[in-house]
Design a protein around this ligand. Sequence first.
Ligand SMILES: Cc1cc2nc3c(=O)[nH]c(=O)nc-3n(C[C@H](O)[C@H](O)[C@H](O)COP(=O)(O)OP(=O)(O)OC[C@H]3O[C@@H](n4cnc5c(N)ncnc54)[C@H](O)[C@@H]3O)c2cc1C
Length: 480
Amino acid sequence: MALPAARHLTVPDGAWEEVAAWGVATRVSSRVYRPRTADEVAEVFALAAAEGLSVGLRGGGQSIGDASLNAGNVCLDLSGMNGIRAWDPGTGVIEVEPGVTVGRLWRTVIADGWLPPVVPGTMLATLGGCAAANVHGKNHWRAGTIGEHLLEVELALPNGEVRRCRPTENDDLFRAAIGSFGMLGCFTRLTLRCQRVHSGWLRVEPVAVGSFEEAIAVFEERRSAADYLVGWVDGFARGPAAGRGLVHQANHLAAGEDPDPRASLGPAVQRLPGAILGLVPAPLAWRLVRPLLHDPTVRLVNGVKYRLGRVERVHRQSHTKFTFLLNRIPGWERAYGRHGLVQYQSFIPVAHAARVFRAQIALAHEAGVPPYMGIFKRHRPDDFLVSYGVDGFSLGLDFKVTRANRARLPALTARLDRLVIEAGGRFYLAKDSTLTPSSFAPYLAEPRLQRFLALKRSCDPGRLLETNLFRRILGAAGAA
Ligand SMILES: Cc1cc2nc3c(=O)[nH]c(=O)nc-3n(C[C@H](O)[C@H](O)[C@H](O)COP(=O)(O)OP(=O)(O)OC[C@H]3O[C@@H](n4cnc5c(N)ncnc54)[C@H](O)[C@@H]3O)c2cc1C
């Protein structure tokens, strides 16, 4: 593609800036461009190619590891392309630009009695970033990933060409670009079908479980009736008690059950509280949590949380509070301190899940890096070319990174990786910051990943689109 003449450039010039991963542990310097239109996206592609720089795409920067980082090269920040192009409250179909956040989308549709059918646990992610990671929610085993609800995407390829992709048109590219972590092109427009809801409340039922086996039994027993299921795991419970925690089942209210849906779907109910326990202003809360995030205090707090959870009763909770737990404490990640956190999430087939997760927690304690929090979910496979879906469970473990444990973490995660690979499990690149080329190599042999790499070669022969994640996990295979 011809380089646009300098006087015709409309995108503001990019400056070198520090760009961080959500998990704080990785920071890089990049030349950041903030396009406002699809034409400006193409301009930056052409400029970067002319200067011999690669381009890493970035939405809300909510990936926990380095998926949205591109050290020493261009960062194309799409958060300014945030227009809602069309919303039809009659059909629940919404068309947006890629930088529209999950929170904005949510607020746009909920008052009309609709919800995005799949959302991650943060409202700060963008729709472009969610499609690029093919995110799941607390209903993954039932609703699938966000890609299964996208009716159409517009993809700007590295050569400036724009392709419209649907499940039935350019379907190969559709199944490859969704979940591709920005390696094939840039989503410049997305059309999503929302789901109808009849109330702003969910009926939430807590169930205490004493082990992974019990948690799995609760999920399997309830999943045909539940709309959402999520487990909190006490990372300090080990041996036979590993997996001890709380499972929360949530269900929508049926039509007619809520006497005043207009009120419950309105902002007064759906707003996140401005203060924690009615006392501490939410934006300050992470500062109070920070001194508590040490092994003895977290062990104590986890024990208390588990015991309190055992007497928790069925209650109603707003969709917003149930779905976006961590957004209640803005800047939560900063509570982990200067070195941030690493989240290790692995997806394991049902038959091996309890054994592998118990072994992971044991290895973490043996390495002197106990996980502070564990999140447990049920999943299902899908047809996308880059996929983390399994018929099984995932456990996301949060490790606080410190000066003392930083050097030990890679050896620990390499041992955890081996357990996952041996069990036929998978990894999720949106959370990852530790996979190595040797841990990722077994997946490269899969026909669908081979198909994806072939598309990468044909859509992006000059390897314009790259990120730290891409270089880290592909290593020499990426260069080939
Ligand atoms: C508190 C928290 C909770 C989370 N919970 C969940 C969860 O429950 N389920 C889940 O699946 N994930 C979850 N995540 C992960 C998060 O949803 C994903 O990382 C998501 O991709 C973030 O979107 P983003 O807009 O911030 O994208 P970024 O992090 O900025 O980028 C993510 C990837 O998308 C690419 N990209 C960004 N924009 C575009 C575009 N327009 N076109 C093409 N590629 C693009 C980037 O290059 C990058 O590879 C959570 C993250 C946090 C911090």
